[in-house]
Design a protein around this ligand. Structure first.
Ligand code: FAD
Ligand code: SF4
Length: 510
């Protein structure tokens, strides 16, 4: 039976059982499409990265004697739409069966279901063989529970997959070393040169320019530095184990003006397009730790493992448990617009300037920059979560809706009313100062609240608590902050609110 198999741009898993044998009756298809480049304005490096990895993957399949149809963005046969591309190919090639892999995005899942309904040939859908968990495992695990706590899910994953376990107890006696993962980086520990690839993408860049795709962010070279093949992804992983793992946990939350990546792995892009699987990553890290782990503390390894088998799988499960409603949640009723400086980095607030510049230049910011700088500011200034989502979904090379949305709307913006985070991740300038060197060189003074040179985060923080009392006043984890707010003298609070109002109404002046 002549079969057409679709591979989406984030389904580049060369280890998939589909590729175990070649078959002349099976044709694989991959399309670069405006449908995908235009649903949000993406970072230029994100579009380049997807196209580069897709082209590399298609070539790899051809080298292994698989039959492949590949449409580049400007190919004349390319209708730029998945439904139409498939329908023409099926007709032209007299295809008798259509097969695809479960998409990770709700949008594409729906589109493919509709396509299958409209076809009068056999269709079948397969697992991507990438994640540890199935789409609905998390919902089943928490069935009947009021709270979907990541920690409970994570402990279950550790037991189920026997990772860092001694019998049924956590290795080292603790499940979580989060508290020892909160050091500020002051330059005392050397950071090795990053592993940056030099993939020549000049042809892709030309294609993107010719297609006039609207992108955001910067790209000043003709080489793309993220891994675009399984081989490169494995090299990046090896580098992480050998050079970065030893301090991953220590400086996981640290931020510094001179350091873009610190001890972070930069593996999210490779993992999200499935060049490597979370199991590849965890197994390699665990093997390295067992063999060469003499100088490596368990807290570094546990901190990393938690991100992969905990947070990453948890976010995906939450996405499938609550979509499509999740995308419209706005519990705190935030309505403001994202300030212009999110697109330029043009602000006197040093923390935001660095985090946004990093994002614009590299399509990257590490977790704490996303959560406690840009996310914190967006929440404190009460930006509409739709705007926040659009920015996050566009700007990061690793941003795909299944992982971006629960992180942004849920964890960072508390728009889900606490499904993911038990309290909003907001802070004044003092947390930012504790974890970074941003405040030292800032135009603003981290200790002031209302003066002209006062750190904007300080007034915004108290104003946010006051404004959102109806939603957050009964949150037991916020009790201490509300009792401090209640003790504040009325005039001081009025002045703070006045200052915050000015910042919110005139964000681009700051
Ligand atoms: P490392 O710090 O080295 O962590 C290792 C791996 O753990 C990452 O590669 C990633 O796969 C996984 N991981 C860590 N934290 C999370 C998390 N919260 N959710 C899911 N996986 C996690 N991650 C994305 O992959 N895509 C996104 O679009 C995305 N958007 C985010 C938006 C916000 C507001 C926040 C707060 C976080 C977001 N994250 C997202 C999670 C995290 O910031 C990135 O995965 C991480 O910064 C990627 O860099 P890294 O590979 O160097 O990560
Ligand atoms: Fe950011 Fe305030 Fe520190 Fe400046 S003083 S870097 S605005 S936290």
């Amino acid at each position: 039976m002549k079969t057409l198999r679709l591979l989406l741009g984030d389904q580049l898993n060369i280890k998939h059982s589909w590729f175990n044998q070649t078959n002349d009756d099976v044709v694989y298809c991959l399309f670069e499409m405006r449908q995908e480049t235009d649903y949000v304005n993406h970072h230029i490096q994100k579009v380049i990265g997807f196209f580069a990895a897709m082209r590399e993957f298609a070539q790899n399949l051809k080298d292994k004697n698989h039959k492949v149809i590949y449409y580049k963005i400007n190919d004349s046969k390319n209708t730029q739409n998945l439904t139409q591309n498939l329908s023409v190919l099926i007709e032209e090639n007299k295809i008798e069966k259509f097969e695809y892999l479960y998409p990770d995005e709700y949008r594409l899942d729906n589109q493919l279901k509709k396509i299958c309904k409209s076809l009068n040939i056999k269709t079948e859908v397969y697992s991507t063989e990438h994640f540890y968990t199935k789409r609905d495992d998390l919902a089943t695990f928490f069935d009947g529970k009021k709270q979907y706590l990541m920690e409970n899910f994570y402990r279950n994953m550790r037991k189920k997959h026997d990772i860092l376990m001694v019998g049924d107890q956590p290795e080292g006696g603790k499940w979580n070393y989060d508290k020892s993962n909160r050091n500020k980086w002051k330059g005392e520990v050397n950071i090795p040169n990053y592993k940056l690839f030099k993939n020549d993408v000049s042809e892709i860049l030309e294609d993107i320019n010719n297609a006039k795709i609207k992108t955001i962010g910067n790209f000043n070279t003709k080489t793309f530095s993220y891994p675009i093949s399984r081989f490169q992804a494995l090299q990046q992983l090896k580098y992480f184990c050998e050079e970065l793992l030893i301090h991953f946990g220590d400086f996981q939350d640290a931020m510094h003006t001179d350091e873009i990546y610190l001890f972070h792995s930069r593996l999210s892009f490779a993992m999200n397009i499935k060049l490597i699987s979370p199991k590849d990553v965890v197994t390699t890290v665990m093997n390295y730790y067992r063999k060469h782990g003499d100088g490596i503390d368990i807290s570094q390894v546990e901190g990393f493992v938690r991100q992969i088998i905990g947070w990453r799988e948890y976010m995906r499960g939450m996405y499938w448990a609550f979509m499509p409603d999740y995308k419209n949640l706005n519990t705190l009723e935030n309505k403001n617009e994202l300030p212009d400086f999110f697109w330029t980095g043009n602000t006197k607030m040093n923390c935001l300037k660095h985090s946004i510049k990093n994002s614009l230049d590299n399509g990257y910011a590490h977790h704490i920059q996303r959560l406690m700088i840009t996310g914190n500011y967006a929440l404190l200034t009460q930006i509409n979560p739709d705007d926040v989502d659009k920015w996050y979904l566009g700007i990061y090379v690793d941003a795909i809706e299944w992982v971006q949305l629960p992180n942004t709307r849920g964890m960072s913006q508390f728009a889900d009313g606490g499904k993911i985070a038990t309290k909003p991740y907001v802070s004044s300038g003092s947390y930012i100062n504790k974890m970074s060197n941003y405040c030292g060189n800032c135009y603003y003074n981290k200790n002031k609240k209302t003066e002209d040179d006062a750190c904007p985060f300080n007034s915004l923080y108290w104003n946010f608590l006051d404004d959102k009392r109806t939603f957050l006043g009964n949150n037991y984890r916020m009790g201490m902050m509300y009792s401090l707010l209640d003790k504040m003298n009325k005039t001081e609070l009025n002045n703070i609110k006045e200052k915050a109002k000015h910042i919110i109404e005139n964000p681009n002046e700051y």
